[in-house]
Write a protein that binds this ligand. Sequence first.
Ligand SMILES: Nc1ncnc2c1ncn2[C@@H]1O[C@H](COP(=O)(O)OP(=O)(O)O)[C@@H](O)[C@H]1O
Ligand SMILES: [Mg+2]
Length: 298
Amino acid sequence: MLSVLDVHTYYGDSHVLQGVTMHVDTGTVTAILGRNGVGKTTLCRSLVGLTPARAGRIVFDGTEITRLPPHRICGMRISLVPQGRRIFPSLTVEENLAIAVRTHAPLAGASSVSEKREHAPSKPASPAETPMIRTMTARAARLLGARAPFERAPSESWDVRKVYAVFPRLSERSGHRGDELSGGEQQMLAIARALVANPVLLVMDEPTEGLAPMLVAEVGKLIRRLKDEGTSILLVEQNAAFAVKTADYVHVMSKGQIVHSSEPAALWANQDIKTQFLGVPRVDPTIARDVPVERKGR
Ligand SMILES: Nc1ncnc2c1ncn2[C@@H]1O[C@H](COP(=O)(O)OP(=O)(O)O)[C@@H](O)[C@H]1O
Ligand SMILES: [Mg+2]
């Protein structure tokens, strides 16, 4: 489905991705692991066209997307859940979702950047459309460069109603502003916003960052459900234990390169890689796990 072939990406003179090669197979969850600063987010940005690769090729479903602008890549139904959520803080949950729906929906995307069509009657957005939403949608669409309608019809019809069914908490909080949400709620909203674009490939950049363990488990459940429904997922994580539990295949990055690729069990069994590249403490095999640790006096 997705092939990344010897990709090099720079910020100015800074050579961040130094020949990344990896693949995501259709219908799988593929994880990218690695310490802070190794280039995971830069890889996500190159995939969706935000920081295009300077050399190498990215091929999605047989089409080269390496230097396509973000709106074209979005039109091929690759969605990003960005690190740090990046929701609109001054807009409500409902408005954040309405913007995503209008930015990604074929007619809305086409009309919002065209001054003439912006005022043309269009299907009412769901949920309720307000002047604020219209303005922000136009702004979001311009930011994304949205112009073209979706290039393929959605196979799975995520809409606001369905994301509210999956995230009842978002429905309860629909009238609250982005900056009034907890970190977990913001993450749910960021995922919901990516889903209303009906992705065939969902790129999730550290979706569990800062979440309480119960919410991490919820994200894991959702990823498995999306996979069951046919969405392919590229999961970027620093939480190696979570990624190993969730993914079908894992890649480890270091200094802008993939340094290890395997099935999750093989990675988990590889103490050297785990310690060197993931910061997982080495477990001394001579210490029996079932011996209770004396914690008195702490
Ligand atoms: N916008 C930017 N401009 C310049 N350097 C950047 C920018 N974003 C990230 N970097 C640098 O690129 C490297 C990789 O960053 P990033 O892709 O965010 O890593 P990761 O997601 O693995 O933590 C880091 O050294 C970081 O400082
Ligand atoms: Mg990152």
